[in-house]
Design a protein around this ligand. Structure first.
Ligand SMILES: [Zn+2]
Length: 206
C-alpha cells in the first residue's frame, strides 16, 4: 500500500467493504472499483474528506447492487435444479428458463406453460435450498392442476415431500417480514433484530 492510500472499513447496506482511497494528482473525478469486498477509490488530492464520503458511498451502493443483480440472475444453476425437479413429475413440464425477480413482492413464484418459464422471488436464493426446490415444485405442479385442489396437493407432496415444511417456513418468513416493524423493542432484541445489534452480534453468534 502506498503512502497515498488510507484503509478503512465502509458499511454499505449491511455489507462491510474494505475501502482503499488513493489520492492521485492526475485524477479529476472520483473513480471506484469493487473486487470481492475491497473497494478501491481514486480521488483528486484536493477533494475534502466530507465531500468525498457521500460520493464513495453512492458509488459503493451502485457497484454492490450490480454485483447482486448479476448473482441473482445466474440462472444456469437454477435452471438445472428446476429441470431436475420437473423430471420427478409423471408427465414432466418443460422448463426453458428460470428467472429471479426482484420486483415480484407478493408471490414466491410462478410458471408460464406458454414460455416454459419459472419466475422466482429473488429472496428465495438466500433461503435454504429445499425451500427454493419446494417453490419450484409448487409452481410446476400448477402446469398439471391450475387450482389448489386435493389432487394438486397429492401430486405436489409426491414430487416434493418437503412441501408442508416449506409452506410453514415461508409462512414464518412472511409473518416476520410483515410484523417485525411492530414488534416491541424487547421482542426484537430477543430475535436479534434490534437496530445495530444484528450486525454487531453476528460474528459471535455463529
Ligand atoms: Zn399455488
Amino acid at each position: 500500500m502506498s503512502k497515498a492510500e488510507q484503509e478503512k472499513i465502509l458499511l454499505v447496506e449491511g455489507t462491510a467493504l474494505t475501502l482503499l482511497v488513493e489520492r492521485k494528482g492526475r485524477v479529476k473525478n472520483v473513480n471506484a472499483r469493487l473486487k470481492g469486498s475491497v473497494l478501491r477509490v481514486s480521488a483528486p488530492p484536493g477533494m475534502r474528506e466530507e465531500d468525498l464520503a457521500p460520493v464513495v458511498e453512492g458509488l459503493a451502493r451502485k457497484l454492490l447492487r450490480r454485483v447482486h443483480a448479476k448473482r441473482v440472475n445466474e440462472e444456469g444453476e437454477a435452471l438445472a435444479l428446476a429441470r431436475k425437479i420437473a423430471a420427478r413429475f409423471p408427465d414432466p413440464p418443460s422448463v426453458r428458463r428460470v428467472l429471479f425477480s426482484t420486483t415480484q413482492h407478493s408471490r414466491w413464484g410462478s410458471y408460464s406453460p406458454h414460455t416454459d418459464t419459472v419466475r422466482l422471488n429473488a429472496v428465495l436464493r438466500s433461503m435454504p435450498r429445499w425451500v427454493l426446490e419446494a417453490v419450484v415444485a409448487h409452481e410446476l405442479a400448477h402446469a398439471v392442476h391450475p387450482d389448489h385442489s386435493p389432487a394438486f396437493w397429492r401430486l405436489l407432496r409426491d414430487v416434493c415431500p418437503e412441501t408442508d415444511r416449506a409452506r410453514s417456513f415461508l409462512a414464518g418468513v412472511s409473518w416476520l417480514a410483515h410484523h417485525h416493524a411492530q414488534l416491541p423493542p424487547v421482542e426484537r432484541e430477543i430475535l436479534g433484530m434490534a437496530e445495530g445489534a444484528a450486525r454487531k452480534d453476528r460474528p459471535d453468534s455463529r
